[in-house]
Design a protein around this ligand. Structure first.
Ligand SMILES: NC(=O)c1ccc[n+]([C@@H]2O[C@H](COP(=O)([O-])OP(=O)(O)OC[C@H]3O[C@@H](n4cnc5c(N)ncnc54)[C@H](OP(=O)(O)O)[C@@H]3O)[C@@H](O)[C@H]2O)c1
Length: 165
């Protein structure tokens, strides 16, 4: 199956723990299994002023009303034509961030070529809540992405991945 060709406006942002864990199918609180203030701030700084896409389940647990104050937020449902939506947003020259959850990350990895993947990898020292039904990000290296840059923070390392040329 061929993918929708590389779109310079399309980015992904995700935070992973050990073995690429990203959350719980039955999310508690804001859905995150860890509390890292500097990572939330990093997410905010990267996405500020841009267009954020969330799956319906994640949208139920993250503070989207707060984000709408300084970002455009679009909640994705299965009955939407996502390729058409992406085409429309990029024709308006918007920078689009795929913000999860699990099924949305997988859908985009399977169907689109993404310009940049912002992947925060939390450090082993960070305490992680137990997940009843853990969800894992697929290995993005298997999709042809490789590390382009990295920046170290106290509790996580922020990587940016790009497609191998
Ligand atoms: N660590 C991180 O960076 C991070 C970031 C975000 C989320 N998460 C975690 O991810 C988990 C949620 O993931 P999830 O997979 O359960 O839910 P999700 O991906 O957030 O939302 C799933 C919903 O999105 C809609 N949807 C739209 N297009 C779809 C498609 N192509 N395929 C499937 N669904 C589509 C469907 O809603 P309708 O049924 O209404 O059509 C579906 O029920 C939570 O634990 C959350 O905390 C982690």
């Amino acid at each position: 199956m061929s993918k929708i060709a590389l779109n310079k406006n399309l980015k992904m942002i995700v935070c992973v723990g050990p073995e690429n864990i990203i959350g719980d199918k039955q999310p508690q609180g804001n859905g995150m299994l860890w509390h890292i203030k500097e990572e939330l701030l990093y997410f905010k700084n990267i996405t500020l002023g841009h267009t954020l896409l969330f799956g319906a389940s994640t949208a139920n647990v993250v503070p989207i009303e707060l984000m709408k104050k300084n970002r455009e937020v679009i909640v994705l449902h299965r009955n939407m034509n996502i390729p058409k939506l992406i085409e429309e947003l990029s024709s308006q020259n918007k920078t689009i961030f795929i913000c999860g959850g699990h099924s949305i990350y997988k859908y985009f990895l399977d169907n689109f070529e993404i310009d940049e993947i912002y992947l925060s990898k939390i450090k082993d020292t960070v305490k992680i809540a137990e997940a009843e039904e853990p969800l894992y990000l697929p290995k993005i290296e298997d999709y042809g992405y490789m590390i382009n840059s990295s920046k170290d923070f106290e509790e996580f390392t922020a990587y940016i991945y790009k497609l191998k040329k």
